[in-house]
Structure formats: C-alpha cells, structure tokens
Design a protein around this ligand. Structure first.
Ligand code: G3H
Ligand code: 13P
Ligand code: ZN
Length: 320
C-alpha cells in the first residue's frame, strides 16, 4: 500500500472547497507521456494554479500505470524545481470497476472517478458507494457520475445525451457519499461535439438547477474542450483532414466555472495543439528526424494552450 500523502500529492477536497468559494474551477488535464506532463506542470507553475493530473484507462494501456504514477510523483519535485509548490492531484479518469479504483488507491492515486453512469441507477449507486467506502478509509476523494454524455465515454458510445436529472442528484450524493459529481449538460468527449448548423450550447439551466439542490457541492464537467478553430485550421493547413470539429464555447465554460463547477476536464484541445505543432515541423522541415525537434515545439504549444485555459477559462491562476 502506497499512500499518496508520502508522494507529496493531495486529494481534491480542499482545492474544491476553495474553488467553490472563489468562483473558479481546477483544471483536469489528461497525460499519457512526458511532454504532456511537462507542459501541464510548466503551465500550472507559471500561472500558480492547482492541477489535477488525469490518467485514463487508455493512458494506462498506452504508457503503463506504474510509469505514470512515478511520473506524477516526479512532477511534484519538478514543480518545486521550477520554483513553485502547487497542489497536485493524481486522479483516475473514468474508472470502470471497484478493482481498478482499488488498485489505483493502493498504488498512490489521491483521487478516483468511478463512472457508473451507463448502469441502471441503483447499480450506479451500489458501485459508487463501494468505491467511496474503500477510498475514504485512505482519505482518497471520489468522483461519481450521473447522466450520460453523447459520443464515446468509457468505451461505451451513446448517440444522444442523457442529461443529468436534477431530481436524482441529492439522493445519489447522500446514498453514495461521493465527494464530487460529474454531470451531463451537453458537453461530450472528443473534437466533434456538435453537428454543423447546431448551436454549440450547453444546458447551464440544468447546472443551476442541480446547484440549487446541492448547494456548495463540487460539480465536474467532462468533455470540455473548446476545439480552437485556429488550431484546427493550422492542422488542416499542414496536411490534416479535420472536418466539422466543434467544441464548447469558452465563455460558457467560464460561466460554469463561476458556479458550482469545480473541475473541468480538457484533453482533446491538448491533442489538437500537439498535432498542429508536429504537423508544422514535418511540413516545414521534412528533413527533421530527431523526436525532440517536433515533440519540443508540441510541448511548447501545449503549455501555451494550458496557460490560456487556466487564466481565461478556469480562472484558477494565482490560487495555488
Ligand atoms: O475521457 C476521455 C479522455 O479524453 C481520455 O481519453 O481514453 O483516449 O485516453 P482516452
Ligand atoms: P475532451 O475530449 O472534451 O477534452 O474531454 C476530456 C474528458 O472529459 C476527460 O475525462
Ligand atoms: Zn471524461
């Protein structure tokens, strides 16, 4: 059993409480490799923001859970070396079983998500409660989910959003004991969130209704990439073929961050930024073959994107 506390990591309880009071949200950025992790830490140190490092099942398969955990442990020291001791949470993104959550908790994660959103309500309650009971014994915080996002979530795909039903949230939170709740209000995973002609709009009215029923309770938004059109254009300019990629307008996320939303998940925008930078190098310098010469610029572009998110979308700058 390895406790995250011995690794210098923190759980999400205190940073969420502060975010709730301060009207901002904590960035939750996914990482799968060293360059992504460096960009996240550099951006959050330079903006003095707390950060949640997220590891998905896909990341565990790609990079190996052991390696990722040691990298997060290293990130604590790396942040200090860069000059600022920011709060860092290591979080399991979209955990799909009790066993997976337990293995992450036992291995030094400070926070886990148990995503039972695709299960019948009572099964979601039972699974989430079981994870919470184990996690809380180790002072690890737990995120649950109610409602299903359209698109692919947790390797389950849904054609349409099943919005979170505000009338269920109090019952779910009190029966499970979760520390935060991910909700479905029109965000979705990936770079194609709306069809052309569709108004890119999330249901802030549902969020406010949930907030009324759970005053002061931390809410999480998944699928919150904005798919910056200048980055999409750059990808396409340098040989990419992304068509009709549309994301969540940043001002809607900013409004959500001012409310009970304490955690905003962003992954796809980072993928787009890295892709644009790598494509540019390949197009302009076809003779280049040193990975540092294309992953370096990708890391720089990612860092700039994350700094922009922290300052202009999350509002978590200077809150570390
Ligand atoms: O929830 C989705 C995240 O963007 C992680 O994606 O499962 O491809 O690593 P992934
Ligand atoms: P995006 O695909 O919109 O970046 O969402 C990421 C996410 O929700 C990770 O859990
Ligand atoms: Zn997600």
């Amino acid at each position: 059993m390895i406790s995250y506390k011995d690794l210098g990591l923190v759980n999400s309880r205190e940073i969420f409480a502060k975010a709730m009071k301060g009207g901002y949200a904590i960035p939750a950025f996914n990482f799968n490799n060293m360059e992504q992790l460096q960009a996240i830490i550099q951006a959050c140190v330079e903006t003095k923001s707390p950060v949640i490092l997220q590891v998905s099942s896909g990341a565990r398969k790609y990079a190996n859970q052991t390696l990722l955990r040691y990298m997060a442990q290293g990130a604590v020291e790396y942040a200090k070396e860069l000059g600022y001791n920011i709060p860092i949470v290591l979080h399991l993104d979209h955990g799909d079983s009790f066993e997976l959550c337990k293995s992450c908790i036992d291995f030094g994660f400070s926070s886990v998500m148990i995503d039972g959103s695709h299960l019948p309500y009572d099964e979601n309650v039972a699974l989430t409660k079981k994870v919470v009971e184990y996690a809380h014994k180790h002072d690890v915080t737990v995120e649950g989910e109610l409602g299903v996002l359209a698109g692919v979530e947790d390797e389950v795909s849904a054609e349409q959003h099943t919005y979170t039903r505000p009338e269920e949230v109090q019952d779910f939170v009190s029966k499970t004991g979760v520390d935060s709740l991910a909700i479905s209000i029109g965000t979705s995973h990936g770079a194609f969130k709306f069809k052309p002609g569709q108004k890119p709009e999330i249901r802030l009215d549902i969020l406010y209704e949930i907030e009324k029923r759970l005053p002061g309770f931390p809410i999480v938004l998944h699928g919150s990439s904005s798919v910056p059109q200048d980055i999409v254009a750059e990808i396409n300019k340098y040989g990419g073929a992304l068509k009709d990629s549309i994301g969540i307008p940043e001002e809607q996320l900013r409004a959500a961050a001012k409310s009970a939303v304490c955690k905003i998940n962003i992954d796809s925008d980072g993928r787009l930024a890295m892709t644009a930078a790598v494509r540019k190098v390949f197009a302009e310098k076809p003779e280049e073959f040193d990975p540092r010469k294309y992953l370096g610029p990708a890391r720089d572009k990612l860092k700039e994107l994350y700094k922009h998110k922290v300052i202009n979308v999350l509002g978590s700058n200077d809150k570390a």
